[in-house]
Design a binder for this molecule. Structure first.
Ligand code: GTP
Ligand code: IMP
Ligand code: MG
Length: 417
């Protein structure tokens, strides 16, 4: 009964999409378990580049079933756009997309509410993706959110939709043109929900059936552990739980089904949005990494903040996820640096992911760089010695075997050790 969980161990954008697509070659199903269309997963395959947001990356492989768990949140309009975008690229999801009937929906008013709340926070803003993610989770826990299954009872559905439309109109200072725009978006929301209801499913039951037949199910995470609302850099976090434990809750299987927890780590660190980042390089080295790694957000296009690899944080997130192995991605981006640094501790032995995280001062170990271009390399022995030393230094800090290294965005650009 194998379930492999794939999780991000930093602040997201570690290359989970690429690795899930690589691993999906052996899977019957890939099930996304957290977040919504705030995520941007890039997959390069068949000579094309796919940008997925809520659809599981496994769908890029035509024989894989894609599922979306109940702890994700969904904007029905944007998921239909995603489905159409895949179709335009010659990939149909018909008959192989299953969305939990219990998933909570993002009403169009939530984006307006989120915009207002980010503006109200003034200097303390989180820098959200603006996709209505926070307000959707807030309403889920307030116990009056709209679930996909509500559409099967039109009276209930319409009452809920009207409630949330009125709440947005009454709590925001909208002018008449904006109210009209919101009403028009609500009509589109209703239509899209009806259309997407076609994919509604009991995801837990479907997974149980795959597992009974011994098929590999990959539970695909989104964001990264440092954006987790419990264990991340609170309050600069997202609202969906993004560590491995959340896979069981969202997809409805028990922990005993899990055979592997694969942590994905970038060879350096990036972060989008506000919040502490101890190893940030707000200088020309950070800019060099940003350009070499094309570090601009897949969802918002924002430049990602870049910094050195933080071994302390990586060790911490490997622990809270119970990682059995780690994949180190984007190693090729570090070619051409004279020297590289890894954070091995913080001054005074301090550690926190809470409100005083921005007081942490990193202590670094310096390693030699390498000049060779290693992009697309698939053999460990062919890596320059300094690159191998770098991977081993990461492994030592993380305390979990680095069993694979990604050397490019392509599906097969992977070294297995
Ligand atoms: P979130 O769920 O949004 O956190 O994203 P993600 O973890 O799926 O990562 P995302 O696709 O946003 O960003 C990773 C970027 O690096 C993408 O542009 C990938 O195509 C690219 N990429 C992945 N692995 C490698 C690699 O080993 N080398 C290089 N050069 N690019 C890579
Ligand atoms: P939200 O998820 O839109 O509420 O944004 C909360 C924080 O999480 C912001 O700092 C975002 O930039 C960050 N975030 C959300 N999703 C992703 C992601 O997929 N990759 C990187 N950062 C993300
Ligand atoms: Mg991303």
């Amino acid at each position: 009964m194998p379930v492999s969980i794939v999780v991000g161990l930093q602040w997201g954008d570690e290359g989970k999409g690429k690795m899930v697509d690589h691993l999906a070659a052996k899977a019957v199903a890939v099930a996304r378990f957290s977040g919504g269309a705030n995520a941007g997963h890039s997959v390069e395959a068949e000579g094309k580049r796919f940008a997925l947001h809520l659809l599981p990356c496994g769908l890029v492989r035509r024989d894989v079933i894609g599922m979306i768990g109940s702890a994700c949140v969904m904007d029905p309009v944007t998921i239909l756009e995603e489905i159409k975008s895949l179709e335009r690229n010659g990939i149909s999801v018909e008959g192989r997309l299953k969305i939990s009937s219990k998933i909570n929906l993002t009403h169009p008013g939530y984006r307006w509410i989120e915009k207002q709340s980010e503006a109200d926070l003034a200097n303390g803003k989180i820098g959200t993706t603006g996709r209505g993610i926070g307000p959707t989770y807030e309403r889920k826990f307030r116990r009056n959110a709209i679930r996909l299954e509500d559409v099967f009872n039109m009276d209930t559905f319409k009452t809920l939709v009207d409630f949330h439309t009125d709440e947005a109109v009454n709590s925001l200072n909208l002018d008449s043109a904006e109210v009209e725009m919101l009403h028009s978006d609500v009509e589109k929301f209703i239509e899209a929900t009806r259309e997407v209801a076609h994919y509604s499913d009991d995801v837990s039951l479907s997974i149980a059936r795959f597992l009974a037949e011994d098929g590999l199910v990959i539970a695909e995470g989104a964001q990264g552990s440092l954006l987790d609302p419990d264990h991340g850099s609170y309050p600069y976090v997202t609202c969906g739980q993004c560590i491995s434990g959340a896979a069981c809750t969202s997809l409805g299987f028990g922990p005993a089904s899990v055979t592997d927890v694969i942590g994905i780590l970038k060879a350096y660190t990036t972060r989008v949005g506000a919040g502490p980042f101890p190893t940030e390089l707000d200088n020309e080295i950070g800019e060099k990494i940003r350009q070499a790694g094309h570090e601009f957000g897949t969802t918002t296009g924002r430049p990602r903040r870049c910094g050195w690899f933080d071994g302390v944080l990586a060790g911490y997130t490997a622990r809270i996820n119970g990682c059995s192995s780690v994949t180190l991605t984007l190693l090729d981006v570090l070619s051409g640096f004279d020297e590289l640094k890894i954070c091995t501790g913080y001054q005074g032995g301090k550690f926190t992911t809470g409100r005083s995280m921005d007081e942490l001062v990193p202590v670094y170990e310096t390693l030699s760089g390498w000049t060779e271009d290693i992009r697309g390399e698939t053999e460990w022995e062919n890596l320059p010695e300094a690159a191998r030393e770098y991977v081993l230094a990461v492994e030592k800090m993380v305390g979990v075997p680095v069993t694979s290294v990604s050397t490019g965005p392509g599906r097969d650009d992977v070294i297995w050790r």
